[in-house]
Design a protein around this ligand. Sequence first.
Ligand code: FES
Ligand SMILES: [Fe+2]
Length: 330
Amino acid sequence: MAELDHWHPVLFADALGSKPAPVRVCEHELVLFRASNGKASLGALADVCPHRGMRLSEGRVEGGRLVCPYHGWSFAPDGEGKSPATPAARPCADAFDVVERFGLIWIKRRGSPVVFPTIDVSGYHLIGKTRHRAEAPLEVTLDNFIEVEHTPEVHALLGYPRERMAEVTCEVTSTDTSVRVVNEGPQKALPRPLYSLLQIEPGDTFVDDWTTWFSPVYTIYDQYWFDPATRQRRPNALRIVVFFVPVTAERTDIFALSYALVAPWERYGLNAFTYLLTRAFVVMELRRDVTLLGKLADKRPELRGRTLSRFDKPLGLARKRIETIYRGRG
Ligand code: FES
Ligand SMILES: [Fe+2]
């Protein structure tokens, strides 16, 4: 098992129109195309023509086939090729498995036996779909997303206040295939309108309960609030699903699907402004993580030699599972 054997999101589905689109994942260059308008006709091929190496993403789609712009050889979504000048030839392009789900296009190595990641969002409303690129390796990018100690410094809204960080609890459990962390502590102060948007009160306790999986590498965050006096849960909750996709060894794409239990527009009436505002907050907070990651002086994934905190236990647990499950080593 190697990286590309797992399903990876690589593009928003609505970003793929009638033109082929190049994507890069795990150091591989691929071309995606729609053979027709139907969802069953997606193609994902290595972005290099088997004839003389032209970039297929420079080509066009015609009659359900991707046409190379150099000598006009054409390829079906399964890689089966034709050469107009030599009808007896049977060229073949490298094809990948490809599906469209959750508004994203996903690829994996053809025929690899992994199952599609489990993403249960039944009962939730989609509030945002975002993509950010971090200039950092997979492990180092994931590190930022699996500890909350950075939230007072880095985030404007998400997480815990600096002066009460010592009260925040951190409970870590793991299985062979997952790492779960539950953090609980006071919600940091928010701008007034956000309390009603999230349907919480100042002084509420914020729980961030998240589990990371490794085929592919992704984390599902369950975030909710309760009244610290009664431990009564507030009606709303967020479920944020974040996929970490290595583009190269030094660069990681972060695809986030954000959901809310109570859609803001249900409470306020259909309100595009509220929707856009919520989405803007998610984008802003993720951008802060990504900007910070780009500024790290030492981006080596090694943990040895570092001085780790009580919040950093998941980092080592995740490293092990990335090696065994995601990279298939050891
Ligand atoms: S290089 Fe693609 S058809 Fe010749
Ligand atoms: Fe963060």
